[in-house]
Design a protein around this ligand. Structure first.
Ligand code: ASP
Length: 364
């Protein structure tokens, strides 16, 4: 063995040993499924979730981190297209049950609806003082060029990271490729590249390179003596109405008259504009008068809604539409379901929709 090779082995061993010595944390891994956990079906060739043991066998490195890993699978593991309020509730209760015995939580989740789930959990876990890190991957964990291992291992390190006795990131976050984002600010932008997510209107919370660099100024601090309170009730009577050139009255009325409808995320143009047709103004005004909450969200990914900047959005303001400002559609849908589930009255929900509850919206 050459001296150089021996020296490299020594350095690597020492680095590993330091990690062992510096950590005595426990992280709970909640497995929900997603590409990260998938194998191809021998018959159809389509990707489907494998079993939990297969996943864990693929990850021997996890045991070398010096962090105690506990695993809680949510069976059956699924494609995240099948995840909604029921699974959000289950994740929240698992976190509650293990809250005192774990330092942090990593939720393995498909990327397709990860931003919805991370948003929902940010509202459901009130008074959170520990990290809840969502992650997944674009390639299954068993594939040679997979991004799964790096994403998962770094997410576990972040979930365990502390400064003195405080968690580095006491928030619901999403880690992907090399960036840690606030979960309720994310959106899936790319179905092909490893950098699948973006946080268009809020800075990253940490970046993982040779070291993990945290940006404390952007990380939410829990209020003093915060205690976890889990609120999982949701109301699904929410719809998304995307405005497009040529949209008909029939389409708009079809959505606004869905039986039981309580709230709509109205996806508009630019800074929050919509056609100035009389019929549209009337349809929206009638709906808000019936108590339906309509929230204006721009179809632009970056930027904020500014109602009243143009006549085309002043109309919406006059019809009783409220502003979603720079929130994502994912956060608005989850927030509406959560607030309506809490049985708040219409005026309170409208007020809270324009209030920052857990970093999902910038100050006006
Ligand atoms: N369809 C998969 C899912 O969301 C995609 C992924 O995980 O990347 O479960």
């Amino acid at each position: 063995m050459s001296d150089l090779f021996q020296y490299l082995v020594y350095i690597c061993t020492e680095t590993r040993n330091n990690i062992h010595m510096n950590t005595s944390r426990t992280v709970l891994l909640i497995l929900t499924g997603g590409t990260i956990s998938m194998i191809s079906d021998p018959k159809s060739g389509a990707l489907r979730p494998a079993d939990v043991n297969f996943m864990l066998k693929m990850l021997p490195e996890l045991h070398e981190l010096g962090i105690e890993i506990k695993v809680e699978p949510l069976l059956p593991m699924v494609d995240s297209s099948d995840i909604g309020p029921n699974t959000w509730e289950k994740i929240a209760f698992i976190i509650q049950k293990n809250y005192d015995s774990c330092d942090g939580f990593v939720v393995l989740h498909g990327t397709d609806t990860m931003s919805y789930s991370a948003s929902a959990l940010s509202f459901m876990l009130e008074g959170l003082t520990k990290p809840v890190i969502f992650t997944g991957s674009q390639l299954p964990i068993g594939v040679m060029r997979t991004d799964a291992k790096e994403n998962l291992i770094t997410a576990v390190e972040i979930a365990a990271a502390h400064s003195n006795s405080d968690a580095m990131v006491p928030e619901v976050c999403l880690f992907f490729e090399d960036k840690l984002f606030r979960g309720n600010r994310t959106t899936k932008l790319n179905s092909e590249n490893f950098n699948a997510f973006s946080s268009p209107n809020y800075p990253v919370l940490a970046e993982a390179g040779v070291h993990i660099r945290y940006f404390p100024n952007f990380i939410r601090k829990p209020t003093e003596n915060a205690k976890l309170k889990v609120r999982t009730k949701t109301d699904r009577n929410v719809a998304i109405l995307k405005i497009f050139p040529g949209i008909t009255e029939h389409t708009v009325q079809g959505i606004l008259n869905i039986p039981g409808l309580k709230a709509v995320v109205l996806e508009t143009f630019g800074t929050g504009n919509a056609p100035t047709f009389d019929w549209l103004f009337q349809a929206l005004k009638d709906a808000t008068k019936r108590g339906i909450i309509i929230v204006n969200k721009s179809q632009c990914i970056v930027g904020t809604v500014e109602m009243g900047l143009y006549q085309a959005s002043l109309n919406l303001l006059n019809a009783g539409v409220i502003s979603g400002r720079d929130s994502t559609t994912e956060a608005l849908v989850a927030k509406l379901m959560y607030l309506l589930g809490e049985n708040e009255d219409t005026e309170t929900v409208k007020k809270l929709m324009e209030t920052d509850l857990c970093g999902e919206i910038s100050k006006s």
